[in-house]
Design a protein around this ligand. Structure first.
Ligand SMILES: Cc1cc2nc3c(=O)[nH]c(=O)nc-3n(C[C@H](O)[C@H](O)[C@H](O)COP(=O)(O)OP(=O)(O)OC[C@H]3O[C@@H](n4cnc5c(N)ncnc54)[C@H](O)[C@@H]3O)c2cc1C
Length: 398
């Protein structure tokens, strides 16, 4: 029970509620000053660096490399962290409710709840396929892979989704298990090629890398059902599977519709150019959850930029000033393919080179250090552990 926080004479600071504190929400929290009474809600104790969770599968990263204490980061920013999920937002009354029965009043709210796993109604997918959207998910997959790889029995792994997560997952499985005899890996996607939104060169390069391994790529093959024994394609073909991984995409969390921020289920919350909700004017929606007038890819670096922008605009709104438009930077995408290759995608151009893995690693290390500057003993200790531990494991995996 968080207890309702009403404004009183002693605390006349405007109250800002931030719902969700990963990339977008946390960046907003860190940009808000102590002239505001800021309360941050998230049910999970850790900030998680999701762009590298595929590396958990090979052991190149460990959970501690990808996590930071949310309570510590929010406290360091001078604000209050409530470890609880928000279940209802009544923007008109400026109130929200949490799963443990807490109630909280706000003058402005920033919603940064990300997305949820989307299985598009494919029968059995929720039950029989493992998702990959959190550090715990990555660890569960790592454990299953390690147990399957024991012994010499033939094993089959099916990755549903040949987008950039599916490609990164395939690369990590090959990094660790490509010499394991009798392991067959299938990658299935409804689109005509891997990473359909990116230039075709990536599909060709991945296929060329896989030519010497037992990897079967089934593009143009929608999935009809997932069963405990495998995956059935719409063509009728069945793929036997000891482990099915679902990397098929994300959709909007139910809270957006329930709070009135979206008109329909599974719809990202429509916002204007300033990231302010088009439906509820004291709410900003940022990160993956936002449906922008000019959509950008659902990527961590855009989420960080939106967090910064929303923090500025909330302050402008509360002061009655004009809001600024969100202007995304042009940041290239780095897609890792285990230790075999890394692709840098900038618009329609692709550069492929395994040495780019160092650039992806640098983005991770530098941004983690920006999120948690090593100015205290715990932050410095964690930074040192990350740099030394990860560098050693990456070197050993070559
Ligand atoms: C496997 C994978 C690989 C990726 N690779 C890359 C990459 O290489 N590069 C890149 O830029 N991006 C990558 N991304 C995308 C990137 O992780 C997302 O774009 C980014 O996490 C979005 O940030 P966010 O803050 O909007 O949402 P999230 O990071 O999803 O955070 C949402 C937060 O909201 C909290 N929350 C949810 N519901 C509630 C609620 N009801 N109440 C309170 N809190 C709530 C959650 O606990 C979570 O902490 C990848 C994503 C995945 C899953």
């Amino acid at each position: 029970m968080t207890g309702r926080r009403r404004r009183n004479a002693a605390s006349a600071r405007p109250r800002i509620a931030v719902v969700g504190a990963n990339f977008a929400g946390l960046r907003a929290v860190q940009a808000l000053g102590n002239e505001y009474d800021v309360t941050v809600f998230d049910p999970a104790p850790w900030f998680e660096w999701l762009p590298n969770i595929h590396e958990l599968l090979s052991g190149a990263k460990r959970p501690a490399d990808l996590r930071l204490s949310r309570k510590r980061l929010v406290k360091k920013a001078g604000h209050r962290f409530v470890r609880d999920a928000v279940v209802a937002i009544d923007a008109r009354r400026g109130q929200l409710a949490t799963s443990r029965g807490g109630a909280h009043d706000f003058d402005a709210c920033i919603v940064a709840v990300g997305g949820v796993n989307e299985t598009f109604g494919v029968r059995g997918a929720d039950r029989h396929a493992l998702p990959l959207r959190s550090v715990d998910d990555g660890e569960a997959v790592r454990r299953r892979l390690a147990s399957l790889a024991k012994g010499r029995a033939p094993r089959s792994v099916v990755i549903v989704g040949g987008g950039f997560t599916g490609v990164e997952v395939l690369g990590e499985i090959l990094r660790r298990y490509r010499t394991r005899k009798g392991l067959t890996i299938h990658v299935v996607d409804a689109a005509a090629r891997l990473m359909a939104g990116a230039p075709p060169r990536i599909d060709a390069a991945v296929r060329a890398h896989c030519a010497t391994f037992d990897v079967q790529i089934h593009t143009g093959s929608p999935v009809a059902a997932v069963t405990p024994a495998g995956v059935r394609l719409q063509s009728g073909r069945r793929l036997r599977s000891d482990l099915t991984l679902w990397t098929g995409g994300g959709s909007a969390p139910p809270l957006l519709r329930a709070a009135g921020l979206a008109a329909k289920p599974r719809q990202w919350a429509p916002v204007d150019a300033s990231l302010r909700s088009r439906r509820l004017r004291n709410v900003f929606v940022i990160g993956d959850a936002a449906g922008l007038p000019h959509p950008v890819a659902k990527q961590a670096f855009y989420a960080l930029e939106m967090g910064e922008c929303a923090a500025g605009n909330v302050q402008r709104m509360l002061a009655g000033r004009k809001l600024k438009s969100f202007s995304p930077s042009r940041t290239p995408l780095l897609v890792a393919f285990g230790d075999l290759d890394t692709f840098l995608v900038a618009g329609r151009s692709v550069i492929a080179n395994s040495t780019l893995a160092a650039a992806k690693e640098a983005v991770y290390q530098v941004t983690m250090a920006q999120i948690d500057p090593p100015l205290s003993a715990p932050a410095l200790g964690q930074l040192a552990g990350r740099v030394i531990g990860v560098t050693r494991r990456l070197a050993l995996s070559r």
